[in-house]
Design a protein around this ligand. Sequence first.
Ligand SMILES: Nc1ncnc2c1ncn2[C@@H]1O[C@H](COP(=O)(O)OP(=O)(O)OP(=O)(O)O)[C@@H](O)[C@H]1O
Length: 250
Amino acid sequence: MIEAKDIHKKFGDNEVLRGINSQFKAGKKNLIIGGSGSGKTTLLKCIVGLHEPTSGEVFYDGQNFTEMHFRERVPIRKEIGMLFQNSALFDSMSVEQNIMFPLNLFTDMSKSEKLDRANFCLERVNLEGKGKLFPSELSGGMKKRVGIARAISMQPKYLFVDEPNSGLDPLTSILIDELISELTEEYNTTTVVVTHDMNSVMGIGDHIIFLYNGEKWWEGTNKEIAHTNNKELNNFVFASPFMKAAREKL
Ligand SMILES: Nc1ncnc2c1ncn2[C@@H]1O[C@H](COP(=O)(O)OP(=O)(O)OP(=O)(O)O)[C@@H](O)[C@H]1O
């Protein structure tokens, strides 16, 4: 479990996060949603340690990550898998080399062990045989899957995903969501997903926090979201006439 306690983040005078408290449980897909600029990615980065919170603390299974020094964080970092918004693959490396990158950094596995692991991860995301390709030869959906394969290469306990569906068609988006769901169950990961995608919210939102102006405005499940009276949340989730009509049937 990951716990965020009273997280504040300021950039100069701009207070982007204003006291976020939440618990993200193992084996669950925890979604962070909210309008553009509401602070979702900033919160994710504060949790992972890519930003330091201005105040507040993040705990990984009871260990205070925020107060740890760089070196002390290494064991937890090894248990973190992350899929970045644009997949963030290294263009000059093959798919295989991209997936082996964390293994090169963090393990003393032999080359053949690393190759085996890379190929296992590629199979897991249904890209067997694509290891020798380069990122420029892949579609957006394939890049996301390679990003996921890299994120799971170290068998992470914590999986972070920033906008997994951006730039993907609806069907590919659903396949990516299904993959995230399966991996969360398979490895019992604490999975935290930043998303704008309402299909994801309804499909995989075991636990959802809605940010509004840097505050946690609402928290609940995908079942509860359809029946909330929270005005700002309703305006966000059911913004389109289609979603409004669909809500009546839920
Ligand atoms: N490194 C930074 N330096 C200064 N300001 C930043 C930085 N990162 C984010 N911000 C500001 O913090 C605010 C929240 O940004 P953030 O990226 O967290 O929003 P978001 O909810 O993820 O938005 P989007 O859905 O558009 O990606 C914005 O006003 C942004 O300009």
